[in-house]
Design a protein around this ligand. Structure first.
Ligand code: GLA
Length: 710
């Protein structure tokens, strides 16, 4: 055999590399203000040009891989980690072409195909590019034709690269009744992990949504920012791998104890990651995300929501037909449109009179509701109210007929003492009989004539993740298969009851994510309804979720003045959870005023654009305003949290040339009118000079409509 001298070998290699570089294939995803570029490099590997880079760097390195795989050279946090059918723990994917499909005028589906030349194994990096919205939906599809099962040990939805110069991360932590506390920090070398291991919900301690600003601290109006929100209601992981010269953002199902054994010829689709870009700060980013969400993220996003009355804080578990029916007339008189019957309406052998018993036995309690739900719902209809019902289909109390009959239906670990949360257990939704049982419960309850609203609750998370349905070697599938079965059930519900409005609740805000929200209309952000806490919490949720999805009920939590509590709830999806008959005459009139004001402005607050004006955290007040899509109307909210100077508050987003009539809505009794009350002022003047609000003392609020001149 002829040998090639060393120098010639080097020359040949150099030529080969040059031709790869010169003819390098690339894939470009382009929205209005964001370009995401992938490039095929040495050996056919796919690389990403870091997001937000202004000048192209020339040399591609392993740290630039688009979707790095473990086991063949990549030594940092991988996006994909696989055990192949023959036991090989390495994967090496090469570029295998791109498919592009124009789904709508400004929407394209792009699938970048990758394959492992040594294995019948492939992955597709999928993007739905919403060009004009600056939104990318991203997920990964994994498939193989190997002669046996392949174990997926890590399978990120996304693995985006940023330049690390000065990246700031904002994430949100909390606990029950204290969800969504923001933390802002600069990313430094090392891996920062945000995750949850709760199984049936994503959130309680951490939300799967975060903000990144690329040039240090951004503001509402300035800075290049990227928001990420993982559409997944189970255990998740977001890892920010700062490698010195790059930051890789990995997000997806939590790899923790979740190896998934993929059969040949089946496709594993990861949850969708939603990315939103703005070059003009957090405000514009949120407005883009909200507009996307109204069209794609939740149901009926263009229909303003009604005024709801819930009986939970008023009656708790202690009610019967007459007590509930007695709430209807005062509600109607005040202007309420929808009544929601909460927990406690079911269970006979084990009546649901507290949270110890009855969960799982969904027949109406014969003592409380002798004729079932239908007459109560009919009574509400007769009084001109819609009727809604509380449900927790996934759960069971040990003290129930359901548990007595099917002790094997619950999620638990054999040989371990049962660990209850709120005295209850989760049913194993991977089991087909459980799926059918829950579906029947939903059909029976939502099928009752006159029921047009439901609150779907989930009051525990998994702490002993064992399934008697899944095989011993497939226990790790529980985390993923549970959520998939849940989505199938939610999808079935949304399709079978297209006119029924659905609220998502999970022991407070445990299911505040776009995975489940797709099948719902709104979610319950927190059991904490103290309006002072809600001002900041609703602000933080509003980075990602539009006001119409944030259920906000007026209650006595925190014992705040009724006027303040109403103003805070009116800035989101308004409801009340009060015994209206027990209110003082003054509070009743404040509530009636708030309800009629809400009806007047809800098309603006629900369908319009949000401008966060003054951040309420550690500040004397918070302020925000909404502007209708045609900019003819706006609503300004000022929440005074501490005594402060009556400084002007400046609305944003108005049409500078238009004149707006200033009118305070539902003014607090006994307070002086706004200095500008009744005047018509141009948008330019309002935005420059602002308005002096009528509130200056702690827990006072002011809601101002800026409307067309009379
Ligand atoms: C959860 C919800 C509450 C209420 C109760 C009923 O705690 O967050 O709003 O529905 O369950 O048991």
């Amino acid at each position: 055999m002829q040998t090639i001298p060393g120098s010639l070998k080097l020359m040949a290699l150099a030529l080969a590399l040059a031709s790869t570089a010169a003819g390098a294939e690339s894939v470009r995803l382009q929205t209005k203000n964001l370009a995401l570029e992938f490039e095929v490099g040495e050996g056919g590997r796919l690389y990403q040009r870091a997001l937000g880079v202004r000048t192209k760097q020339e040399r591609l390195q392993r740290t630039d891989e688009a979707y790095p795989q473990a086991g063949d050279g990549y030594v940092w946090e991988p996006a994909l980690q696989v055990v192949h059918a023959d036991g090989n723990t390495s994967t090496a994917l090469v570029y295998d072409g791109v498919q592009r499909k124009q789904e709508a005028q400004d929407r394209e589906l792009v699938r970048i195909k990758l394959r492992d030349p040594a294995y019948a194994f492939e992955a597709a990096l999928c993007f739905r590019v919403h060009r004009d919205r600056d939104v990318l939906e991203q997920w990964t599809e994994i498939r193989h034709h190997e002669p046996g099962v392949v174990a997926l040990e890590r399978m990120a939805s996304t693995s985006l690269l940023l330049l690390p110069a000065n990246v700031e991360l904002t994430h949100f932590y909390g606990d029950w009744a204290n969800e969504m506390n923001p933390v802002r920090e600069r990313l430094t070398p090392g891996t920062k992990v945000l995750d949850s291991k709760l199984g049936v919900r994503a959130h309680q301690f951490r939300n799967p949504s975060f903000l990144l600003s690329l040039d240090g601290p951004a503001s509402e109006t300035a800075g290049r920012v990227l928001a990420g929100s993982l559409a997944w209601s189970g255990s998740f992981q977001c890892a920010f791998d700062h490698l010195g010269e790059r930051v890789r953002v990995l997000c997806g199902v939590n790899p923790f104890a979740s190896a998934y054994h993929l059969e040949p010829e089946t496709t594993f689709s990861t949850p969708v990651m939603i990315w939103v870009w703005s070059s003009a700060g957090f405000g514009e980013m949120s407005r883009k995300l909200h507009a996307w969400a109204r069209d794609f993220g939740f149901r009926d996003g263009h229909e303003p929501r009604t005024v709801l009355l819930n009986n939970w804080e008023a009656t708790g578990f202690d009610f019967d037909f007459n007590r509930i029916a007695g709430l209807f007339e005062p509600a109607k008189q005040l202007g309420v449109e929808l009544f929601l019957l909460d927990d406690g309406w079911f269970g006979n052998n084990y009546p649901r009179v507290d949270d110890w018993a009855g969960l799982g036995d969904w027949e109406p309690n014969r003592k409380r509701l002798p004729q079932g739900l239908a007459p109560l719902a009919a009574e509400a209809t007769k009084r001109g109210l819609r009727f809604g019902i509380w449900l927790e289909p996934e759960m069971v109390n040990p003290q129930s007929e359901l548990f007595e009959n099917h002790p094997d239906w619950v999620i638990r670990q054999p040989k371990r003492e049962l660990e209850l949360q709120r005295n209850q257990l989760a049913l194993d939704l991977t089991r087909p009989e459980v799926q059918e049982f829950e579906w029947k419960v939903i059909q029976d309850v939502l099928g009752v004539a006159d029921v047009s609203y439901a609150k779907w609750d989930c009051n525990r998370y998994l702490t002993q993740p064992g399934s008697s349905w899944l095989a011993p070697e497939r226990q790790s599938h529980l985390w993923i298969d549970y959520v998939r079965a849940l989505y199938a059930l939610m999808d079935r519900t949304a399709k079978a009851f297209p006119k029924t409005e659905l609220m998502l609740c999970s022991g407070g805000g445990g299911r505040a994510d776009y995975g489940a929200l797709k099948y719902f209309h709104e979610f319950w952000p927190s059991d904490n309804t103290d309006p002072v806490r809600r001002v900041a919490m609703q602000w933080d949720y509003s980075y990602f979720f539009p006001a119409m999805t944030l259920a906000a009920h007026v209650t006595h939590w925190g014992k705040r003045p009724m006027h303040f509590a109403c103003a805070v709830a009116m800035s989101a999806r308004f409801g009340m959870d009060l015994d209206l008959a027990k209110l003082s005459a003054e509070d009743k009139s404040v509530c009636a005023g708030a309800i009629s004001a809400y009806k007047r402005i809800r098309d603006v607050t629900h369908l319009g654009d949000l401008y966060r004006l003054e951040r309420p955290h550690h500040a004397p007040r918070g302020a925000l305003n909404f502007v209708s899509p045609d900019r003819s109307r706006a609503v300004l909210f000022v929440f005074q949290l501490k005594e402060g100077e009556p400084l002007p508050v400046r609305p944003e987003g108005l049409d500078p040339a238009r004149r707006y009539a200033v009118r305070e809505l539902n003014p607090a009794p006994g307070r002086a009118a706004l200095p500008q009350e009744g005047k018509a002022i141009t948008g330019a003047d309002l935005m420059r000079d602002g308005l002096i609000p009528s509130c200056a003392k702690a827990v006072e609020a002011c809601v101002v409509e800026l409307g067309p001149e009379p």
